[in-house]
Ligand binder design. Sequence first.
Ligand code: ADP
Ligand code: MG
Ligand code: ZN
Length: 637
Amino acid sequence: MKKNQKNRFVRLYTILLILILALNIFIPMFHSNRMENTSYSNFLTQVEKKKVKEVQVDGNDDIIYYTLKNDDKKKTYQTGEMNDSQLVDRLKKADVTFTQTIHQSSILDNPFIYFLISFLLPLFFISWLMRRTMKKFQDKMGGDSTFTFTPGGNDAGNGFGGFGGFGNLGKSNAKVYEGKKTGITFKDVAGQQEAKDNLVEIVDFLNNPKKYTEIGATMPKGALLVGPPGTGKTLLAKAVAGEAGVPFFSISGSEFVEMFVGRGAAKVRDLFKQAREKAPCIVFIDEIDTIGKRRDGAGSMGGNDEREQTLNQLLAEMDGFDGSKGVVLLAATNRPEILDPALTRPGRFDRRIPVELPDLAGREAILKLHAKKIKHSPDIDFNVVARAAAGSSGADLANIINEGALLAIRDGRKQVVQKDLEEAIEIVIAGEQKKGAVISPKEKLIVAYHEIGHALVAAKSKNTAPVHKITIIPRTKGALGYTMQVEEDEQNLLSRDELYAKIVTYTAGRAAEEIIFNSYTSGASNDIEQATKLARAMITRFGMSPTFGMTALETVNNQYLGGDTSLACSPETAARVDQEVITLIQQAHDEAVQILKDNLAKLHELAKYLYEKETITGEQFMYILHKPAEISTSGAQ
Ligand code: ADP
Ligand code: MG
Ligand code: ZN
């Protein structure tokens, strides 16, 4: 490989040499094309015949350059050296414009310097350009200043053929974080205790392999971090490297796809070769689903060939080393269900480490961890913020803290307060407040009734979370208003009654619109979607339908990403499921209508209050709800 590279360099150099020589020959030729030598006497005749248009005298060597009148070729003539004292008189007589130039003897006249500039300089420039391009490529692959590229590796087809300077590109793509250089430890990961416990064992094994080998225990070869996006999988892997103090090779599956088209298998081989040389070490393949997708049984249809080769190479490499050598494989994915089963069978990624969305305590811990990076008021109740941000991932929470800080700056405050964080949750969930959005009073009133409909039904039915905040300030993500409910505690199991109460609450916004305005708007579209999803899940997956009982009628395709489902029943059954979903939602809707009709006075009072205030808190809501009714309540305007 080394030799190959040198050859390429020689070839490149030769091409350059020829190019420069050619330029040196052609440029003067091109010049002399328009320049013609003549004798001095010839020049004098032309002057006397008044044919000369312009004269330029080179003061240094008394060479005369001149052009002729009526010369369509616009040639410049050049005489030999001649010291003519009468020249000026002659020219004046012939009425010729003339100038004298005295050119400082140029440094370019020095052949050595000329050589330097015309020959070596371009060479330096080109080599600089090459190095820079290479660095760009490396940065693109790495992005972290701590990586180093280790030479060596195989030479399976250097696809970038040609330039020697690119040689390294084919070699190694994995970033090598030496030791603690990721700068991230388990302290930087809040919550996720289960995942950390699992990983601590791996770290311990890398630090004291003897402890394990003495008993005869072998480490699992690979551990797969699975969980929704933004839960800290990548962060955890980096923390492992930081804790273990061993080299950390990290590569993302998408890099295989984007950067190494046609070379995936070679990359994998190279990655493992490096890892074996550096053992004990950690190899981390992020987003492994991009290369580890299930292979289709029926011979591939061309396009997937490459990915399959990459995957096969990965499988072969995993079989090829034994865990006692101290190479630990980590991988992360949020689509474990699409991985090829061969990847997850024993002896490969046989340990699965779930990295789930954080629970209440986890959310609080993550908020507090990220809040350390900002200036904030000491009396922020992070528990309240954590409860309001139910369902958020670690990345969302980090984002909430940052948005909160931005809000504080916008308000000209020096520190972040509770209010900023609560507003930040809304920004992250619902988008920013749409300043200056034009909403007609009529629309605003509809939205107020709609939201109070949700809140009132939630408050009046058992099994629902308390109302935390209601707002009818439009948001950039499209919501015209929303009602925020915050659970008292984290709930992992939901009973049928609780789920049903949720559906009733979803339908209550539209129910209020119907009762008060006897009209339907498009504002309920999201409610409808949510209600339908939930009702379907109750029937097809949670076994809560009296007709179907505990039959799985749908399977979830991607539990961590959106969770779309596919039917697992006959079309006839599917039709009956649809019917049952419709009935369930209708029933919930009727119940919502009933609750609202029973509390019509409060509905009016609360909606009017919200219409005026635009945002009300849960306490304000509860206060009005529970205070004795006013003597008279007018109907809707
Ligand atoms: P994933 O790889 O699971 O999609 P990342 O590891 O890239 O998620 O996390 C994205 C960001 O979210 C991290 O850089 C960090 O700022 C934040 N984050 C996620 N989970 C946690 C956690 N448990 N503790 C602290 N920060 C977290
Ligand atoms: Mg990640
Ligand atoms: Zn609604």
